[in-house]
Write a protein that binds this ligand. Structure first.
Ligand code: PLP
Length: 223
């Protein structure tokens, strides 16, 4: 199937309130343009440099989402254009995003990455840390960021009930944090679900799915 057909199939199977992020990491601009020409405007990348290069080359009405782990010293390369940063898991990073956003006179939306998987390799903060985080006075003083939701990645496993438990945990975290909202922490987005599990994620309350291989085909590198 073509990229265009894949997109159409996925779009028609998800509810309207769910945002589809087309995860285009490692794929050439020609593939992204095929998705763009089919109407897709939200793209997700996991390397800042690669995203910045694609941003330069592509139409400017695209919303670029950084879905990977962010190194603080590279925030400056995306601060002028990034639309949503999914993987914020510490205060120093949030502070750097605020600082760089300020230079461009922008407010950058961020999601807190919550650790829901049992694997040690996955990044993210605990529920306790996230709730302290959203309530802290220092965060309310960062005027150039907005925390708009949470993001999580389930364990890489075939065990659907485990994945479901992990998604439910993220939904629970979201509901609890949502109740604590402050000036610049207003939670609306739950980013969970990838090619293999986005239907389950939507059943568990996802409002934003990050789908790569089901749109663009398998990637050579395992990232
Ligand atoms: C690569 C990636 C995805 C997409 O994975 P697919 O299985 O190809 O859909 C989603 N989220 C993150 C954080 C990723 O790195």
């Amino acid at each position: 199937m073509s990229i265009q057909e894949n997109l159409k199939t996925i779009k028609s199977s998800i509810p309207e309130h769910v945002t589809l992020v087309a995860v285009s990491k490692t794929k050439p601009v020609s593939d992204l343009m095929e998705a763009y020409n089919a109407g897709q405007r939200v793209f997700g990348e996991n390397k800042i440099q690669e995203m910045a290069e694609k941003y330069e080359e592509m139409p400017k009405d695209i919303k670029w989402h950084m879905i990977g782990h962010v190194q603080r010293n590279k925030v400056k390369y995306m601060a002028s254009f990034v639309s949503l940063i999914h993987g914020v898991d510490n205060f120093k990073l949030l502070k750097e995003i605020d600082k760089q956003a300020k230079k461009h006179d922008r407010v950058i939306d961020c999601l807190l990455q919550i650790k829901i998987a049992s694997e040690d390799s996955k990044f993210g903060m605990s529920f306790e840390d996230a709730s302290k985080f959203t309530q802290s006075k220092i965060i309310s003083e960062l005027k150039n960021i907005r925390v708009t939701g949470v993001m999580g990645m389930a364990t890489f496993t075939d065990d659907k009930s485990q994945i479901k438990n992990e998604f439910n945990r993220l939904k629970f975290t979201f509901d609890a944090l949502k109740a604590l909202q402050t000036e610049n922490c207003k939670l609306q987005i739950i980013s969970m679900g990838m090619s293999g599990d986005y239907k389950l994620a939507i059943d568990c309350g996802s409002t934003m799915i990050r789908v790569g291989s089901s749109i663009f085909g398998l990637r050579n590198q395992t990232i």
